[in-house]
Write a protein that binds this ligand. Sequence first.
Ligand SMILES: *[C@@H]1O[C@H](CO)[C@@H](O)[C@H](O)[C@H]1NC(C)=O
Ligand SMILES: *[C@@H]1O[C@H](CO)[C@@H](O)[C@H](O)[C@H]1NC(C)=O
Ligand SMILES: *[C@@H]1O[C@H](CO)[C@@H](O)[C@H](O)[C@H]1NC(C)=O
Length: 500
Amino acid sequence: MRQCEKHELLFDITETQRGHYLLVMILPRSSLFAFLLFSLLLLSLTVFVKKWHFGLQEKKPFGDAARADGSTPAHHSLDKQLQERQQELELVDIAFLKIKSPDGFMDSPTDHSVNYDYRKISLDSTAKADIGCEELNGVKAVDFLGSGYTKKVMKAAMPEGGFVAMKSVNHQGIDMRLCVEDFQDSQGCQELVSFKLKKEIMLLQRLQHPNIIELKGQCQDSSVVGGITAVLEQGTPLQMIHLLQSPWEERFRVCLGLARLLKYLSHSPLGSVSLLDFQPRQFVMVSGEIKLTDLDDATIKEPSCQEDSDCLLQFPSRNFTLPCSSSGTCEGLNEMRNLYNAYRYFFTYLLPHQAPLLLKPLILQIMNATGDLKLSTNQTLIAFEELLHLYKSGLHLENLPSSIAKDYAVLKGVQSAGNVEYRCWPSYRQHGCVLSVHSAREAALICSSHPDCTSFSLSSQHTTWTGRLLASFRSGYSHLLPDVHSAVYMRRVKASGAVL
Ligand SMILES: *[C@@H]1O[C@H](CO)[C@@H](O)[C@H](O)[C@H]1NC(C)=O
Ligand SMILES: *[C@@H]1O[C@H](CO)[C@@H](O)[C@H](O)[C@H]1NC(C)=O
Ligand SMILES: *[C@@H]1O[C@H](CO)[C@@H](O)[C@H](O)[C@H]1NC(C)=O
């Protein structure tokens, strides 16, 4: 019964949040009213944003991650539950060894992310993870980042500089409280609650990808850090509201990161991994790149089946039935669950909105195919990489009028000073109009379409993650300063025909 209440609460928040996304998307641009409304929204959001940090708000006190059929367990004794958790961990190991064994199949050798030796990454001695109990001994937590039913996350400063996130069991969390209420055994409960974190550490050791948070170390010695602790790369919580306000290029980066992650998860060293709770709060951002940070709700087993109708994928607005394979498993179910979740939580909000006009047909194709689950994760990634290629190469701009460049006089080796800025949306800089462009020609086209724009600068020193240039548009400046990396383009003729 307690579980039901929690489900409802979470559902409510999700629906409210969805409302917010839509509102943000339809707000009229640059109107003061919209700006105020948005500030209000942000204010109301910050109240619960903290809880969403690091995906700490799990759905169930003891997530039935390995229980792919989603059945609710009967009331087990604590011992029984401990045994089950242990088996869950062993399952992860078995899956890993099976795939790594010489008789099993191996991932392609070109896949850089799987070249490591199992022995080096067993639970107690990690290969890459060089932060251990000893190193953690002197580390001080400097900030509280968030907490949830099971875990809490602290920001910690490393002695050699830099920050990490330290995840440990939340002794004040709901998981712990409910367990102690039920079993009056705080030692046993601590062990039970620790399993989620143990599983997460095991998965992080075996799943390594640029879009999965890096495990920097761990310690399981309670005399040192008070229980099991995972040391993670530090990220910032992913906020959809913030992303919706970002340039398309940054939103595309998030979707591409997800597409790459999903392909990896479908062919991971553990087999096909599915995230049962696939929502923005399971992810963080690290320097503009999306990274999965919460893995304890991952499942590595695909359900067994007798007929196709056993392989049902249910979502609130859509159901899918997958074929039951001859070996009696719902092959591809994990992959498709991830893909549809990526579609409904991320792609629909982030990808089509404000996309470059000439990329829209390809984007609509991707949206249509993922929304109907017509493509595998491999094929989806191919489509995304094609999008990236087009965008980077500027091929989608080939039809720009070349005459546009004639409307501008260029001064190389200078930058403007005493600028008179105007705002545009979505700008890389808050006070001013800074947009990414492929070339001076694209920038000229943009300047000509902004009534306030009289000049723009391009600097070879500032590029975006795709390598596009950052152009800064303005309505005036007072003088020019020498700068070898910069060029200033002045508009000769305003739309009114007046010569500057
Ligand atoms: C999905 O399937 C469930 C169970 O069969 C059914 O109750 C629900 O109405 C279906 N939803 C949609 C959107 O078709
Ligand atoms: C994809 O396109 C087909 C054909 O136009 C349409 O029937 C279908 O509803 C679209 N699916 C999605 C998810 O947009
Ligand atoms: C998808 O890509 C993976 C890894 O590159 C490969 O092992 C697998 O065979 C591909 N699957 C299909 C259906 O092409």
